[in-house]
Each structure stands twice: as structure tokens, then as C-alpha cells.
Design a protein around this ligand. Sequence first.
Ligand code: ZN
Length: 160
Amino acid sequence: MNHDPCLTCNTVNPDGANFCMQCGTKLPVPVVDLSKIPDKYRHPFGFWEVTRPADCEGRSLLYLGTYEGYVDYIARRLASAEPGGYYAYSFRAVPKLEDIPPNSDLKEVEVAFAMESRTWERTSGARVAVAEAIFQGRPVQVLPSPHTGSFKLKFRRLVR
Ligand SMILES: [Zn+2]
């Protein structure tokens, strides 16, 4: 962050100088301009999706999770699980659910569990039966989906 030239003698001074090299006038403290930094990145507290390079060549990324908190705290905890690792942890600000306005007109949505759930290799009918058991007690009806590994959740009207 460069100083403006000295107000007294117009000398341009090096970064970090507190007093003018030429005339000794106290230099104004430079103000860091954050106006070009998006809002979500102006504070270390947030909701962060964290990744790091999966290998030393950085050809692929390893997803480490999505966490709410201070970047320094999250990075410290994640690095503690990987002693000896020299990684740059990448923090991407993601919206919290509370930030997404609800749409009461939405009637249904299609979802899938990750492949590791072992719900994928089943037939659609068997997958619906499994999902019905999993979503028991939730205000949704489970229906088949044409998408691979997926099922449809139809929202029941919530009784208030
Ligand atoms: Zn000066």
C-alpha cells in the first residue's frame, strides 16, 4: 500500500515509511481500500467451502467440508488433522440456507444421495422404498425420479 507523496515537499516515500525521507514530516497512515473486495470476503467470519490441492502438482482439489466460523480457526483445525502437510487451504464463501429466500410455490424437488450411500445400484422402486424409510416423519412424499440414482421429494403442506 503506497503512501501518497509528502504533503510538505511532494517526495514519494517507500512503503512502510512513517516519516518523509526528505523533510521528516509525519506521513499519513495509508488506508487499505477494500471496496473492490466482495462483501463476503471482507471479514474472516463466514460460511466457507474449504478445498486444498489433492496432490503436490495441484491437478485436482480435495473437498474438506463446509464450515461456519473464522478462517484462521477452521484452517488451524483442518491442518491439525494433516500433520506435515504443506497445503494452501482455499476458502470459498457459500450462502447459508438462511440467506436463500424460501419459495412457497415450490412443489417438489429431485435429490440423490452420494454414490457412497449405496442407494444408486438399486432399482428406482427399491430406491423409493429406501428413501421412504429414511424420510419417515418428514413432511414429504417420496416418488420415483427419471434421473440416475435420484428420487423425487414432493412437499406436503406444512400444518401450522
Ligand atoms: Zn517531505
